[in-house]
Design a protein around this ligand. Structure first.
Ligand code: HEM
Length: 765
């Protein structure tokens, strides 16, 4: 090629690229679209959005572009509407919740939205069937626990924490998280000793899902590198598999203890004993995930505000003193309990102000739109992420004058825009913007408020929270106000402070309370075990039917992003040990729907066969003459004419549904054999049901059809060659053979129904 030609081609190509770029630039910065920082094609605004303290940059843009309550931005092709005003959030996320309640994909998790049925992370799921049923279950369990004051778990753990702070004040940050974790481990598995691993596991998931976690959450294309070049995917596979195995091990261990009558009440027992019989939760895998996820989500969410409470109290000794005075007066020297909550408005105001001042999910959690929409004249395309920027809501100077300062009086004194009466009820954390919006609003609001009242109340009762003195200089070591990690749920960076018991008497009282609580707990546990082993109360808890759940065996699925392949043998001494499982149903088909429909088919076929054998054919044979009777030939011909009418429905309708029965039961057998979620039971019995339908179909074709032809042929014996004298015999033979078409669907449907209702499990329990 001539150099001139090359040059011309080069210029043309560059020209085309420039024109495309300009067009893309104009499109992305459409002057009729929502306001926002200038976007660049492909990258959007990724280049100047810092990974650290990202919400501050979002707020800076909010101040510049968000006067109308929202602005838009883009990151590597993902469109964002950042909402900066509560009213707009209300419009978009509550009033239009029907189509604005989906979640965006989190790239560095496998199937974060559960699109392919992984069913693992309720708060991250798309708006699908798994989310709906898990949300319902979580809501029910949390409400019940709230009403029962968490069965004393919070009081118990708060006392333990006070004793730990007295013994090791410098370890306060880890004992604080451990306290929150122990509360959740008690509620979920009645086992506070699991807290350490649970916290570690929560940390792993939180990091993995945060934009400031693995780079693949920001530079998403990296996630798609081949496995051998992809350290992020390999690391996530390991983390994920360990977490799922651990959750599953928890459930199996509860079931084992239940079998011995040794399991005290907790959510997992509640599920296995009661909920599993009536819920649509698909099985062990899903149950272990929803309960495990609840345990995880309740750790850092509560630990964050609790850490900031310490910061607030150290910086505001005047409010600390006010809280202490209130508690001393209201509780008359006792540790505060949840019954005191209405009488502790200053405590609640300081807790709420802490959460306003230092929100621990500062960016909010993104929703994703499922429809194209127009809001306030702006077009919002389907698939846009809507980010309710909590940092901006809580720093709105109109609603929160002097927003940067810690001012609990804004909740306590009339004249402040946020003041609300009665003070026995307000201030309350419930309904705060920090807990999100619409159909996805947080389910842990009551738990958070209650745990913070108990824990912060206990701290104020026992300690003066102060800066720590530097032993070298004798000066206060500063407690920073603006240092935190940058994960989705934040907490302050490690800092030092002092926990000074308010008096020697209080200190001794705190130690005594813990000693007493610990002894009483041990006594109760021992008494429960004794009763269980003695046989009587155990019967209250065991030998109840639990829903049939398949045991687990190795499985691999081809779809890398969906498969849950648990490879480590977590519990070698368990009867229930397993090496793998998959949560999803093949091709996303609901097994329960298939099995239910197939069982219905079986019983329809059974009903049809009964009608034919005991009504239909006998009716045709009423007063059938003998062959010697002069009317015989005419009557036989008549039978031949009636027969196709009688049998047509069988051919057109019942034979195809009998065939569908084979496929339906075969599918269920396959699902049960591979431990996909869905109905429980023994796959061999479902295979037996499929075989019954197969027998029916073959029997119909081989034995019944020739008789049909003969009966049909009675219409015109001369051409068909049928022996007319045999007319009644053919019909009676047909009735006899039809017995198989009655028995087989009955066996198939009966066995399958029995399995679905958990009968098979009762035998093995
Ligand atoms: C200070 C404490 C907490 C804060 C600030 C918080 C915040 C949030 C936020 C922002 C969301 C997403 C809302 C949305 O998408 O609009 C959420 C969802 C959720 N939270 Fe919390 N949360 C807290 C404590 C808890 C606790 C203690 C639990 C339970 C033990 C909990 C359970 C959940 C669940 C299950 C969801 C998912 C709801 C869904 O997707 O349908 N949260 N939370």
């Amino acid at each position: 090629m001539q150099p001139v030609t090359v040059a011309v081609l080069g210029i043309v190509l560059v020209g085309v690229a420039v024109v495309h770029y300009i067009q893309a630039f104009r499109a992305i910065n459409d002057p009729n679209g929502p306001p926002g920082p200038t976007q660049y094609p492909l990258i959007g605004r990724i280049h100047d959005l810092p990974i650290n303290l990202m919400w501050l940059k979002f707020k800076e843009w909010a101040d510049k572009y968000g006067a109308g309550g929202l602005y838009r931005t883009e990151m590597l092709g993902s469109k964002f509407i950042v909402v900066t005003d509560e009213k707009v959030a209300e419009d978009l996320l509550v009033r239009r919740a029907k189509f604005n309640s989906d979640r965006p994909v989190i790239r560095s998790l496998f199937d974060s939205k559960s699109t392919h049925g992984s069913m693992e992370y309720l708060p991250l799921m798309g708006r699908n069937q798994y989310w709906a049923r898990q949300r319902k279950l979580s809501h029910a369990y949390l409400t019940e626990a709230t009403n029962a004051h968490y069965h004393g778990a919070m009081y118990f753990e708060a006392k333990r924490w006070l004793a730990r702070l007295i013994a090791d004040p410098d370890g306060f940050q880890s004992s604080l998280e451990d306290m929150a974790s122990k509360v959740m481990c008690q509620l979920t598995w009645d086992d506070p000793t699991l807290s350490e691993y649970c916290t570690k596991s929560a940390w792993g998931l939180l990091t993995q899902m945060s934009p400031a976690g693995p780079i693949t959450n920001v530079l998403t294309p990296l996630w798609h590198l081949p496995w051998f070049l992809n350290p992020w995917k390999r690391a996530e596979r390991k983390r994920h598999d360990e977490q799922q195995a651990w959750w599953m091990e928890r459930l199996l261990s509860v079931r084992k203890k239940m079998a011995r009558g040794e399991m005290r009440p907790c959510w997992t027992r509640q599920f296995l004993e009661k909920t599993s019989l009536k819920t649509s939760i698909s099985g062990d895998y899903e149950a272990s995930s929803v309960i495990g996820m609840l345990a995880l989500v309740g750790i850092f969410t509560v630990a964050g505000p609790l850490s900031y409470w310490l910061v607030a109290m150290v910086h505001h000794p005047e409010w600390q003193a006010a809280v202490q005075r209130e508690i001393d007066e209201v509780c008359e020297g006792q540790l505060p309990t949840l019954r005191d909550t209405p009488n502790l408005p200053i405590l609640r105001a300081c807790i709420k102000e802490t959460m306003r001042w230092k929100p621990n999910v500062p960016t909010g959690v993104a929703h994703e739109t499922e429809n194209d929409d127009v809001y306030d004249g702006y077009f919002i395309p389907k698939g846009t992420r809507i980010l309710p920027l909590d940092w901006a809501f809580l720093r709105n100077p109109k609603k929160y004058p002097d927003p940067e300062s810690f001012r609990p009086e804004r909740w306590l004194k009339s004249g402040w825009p946020t003041y609300q009466e009665p003070l026995t009820q307000y201030p309350t954390l419930k309904g705060m913007t920090s807990f999100g919006w619409g159909h996805r609003q947080c389910l842990g609001m009551s738990l958070t408020q209650d745990e913070l009242v108990v824990a912060c109340g206990a701290l104020a009762w026992c300690f003066n929270l102060k800066p720590k003195k530097d032993p070298a200089t004798g000066l206060d070591i500063p407690v920073p106000l603006d240092k935190s990690n940058s994960l989705l749920i934040i907490k302050p960076d490690p800092f030092q402070m002092a926990f000074e018991p308010r008096s020697e008497e209080r200190k001794q009282e705190a130690l005594r309370l813990w000693e007493e609580a610990e002894k009483s707990d041990k006594r109760q546990r021992a008494a429960f075990l004794r009763a269980a082993r003695g046989g009587s109360p155990a019967e209250l808890f065991e030998k109840r039917p639990t829903r049939a759940m398949p045991e687990f065996e190795a499985l691999e699925s081809k779809k890398e992003d969906v498969v849950i392949r648990i490879t480590n043998r977590v519990n070698p001494d368990s009867d229930f040990e397993f090496v793998g499982s998959s949560p999803s149903t093949p091709m996303g088909i609901s097994t329960e729907a298939v099995t239910g429909t197939t069982i219905a088919f079986s019983f329809i076929l059974f009903g049809n066969a009964i009608t034919q054998s005991f009504m239909g054919v006998p009716a045709l044979l009423v007063d059938f003459p003998r062959p010697s009777d002069p009317n015989f030939s005419e009557r036989a011909r008549h039978l031949g004419k009636q027969w196709p009418v009688f049998w047509a429905v069988g051919n057109v309708f019942f034979r195809p549904i009998s065939t569908l029965g084979i496929f339906g039961y075969a599918y269920t057998a396959y699902v049960a054999s591979r431990n996909f979620s869905g109905v429980g039971g023994d796959w061999r019995l479902y295979a037996l049901s499929a075989a019954c339908h197969l027998v029916t179909v073959i029997h119909s074709a081989v034995n019944m059809q020739p008789l049909n032809n003969k009966l049909d042929g009675l219409r015109d014996p001369k051409t068909s060659g049928v022996d007319v004298n045999m007319a009644e015999w053919y019909a009676r033979r047909w009735i006899k053979l039809n017995g198989v078409r009655m028995a087989m669907p009955l066996v198939a449907g009966g066995v399958a129904l029995w399995q679905v209702l958990g009968g098979n499990n009762k035998m093995t329990a």
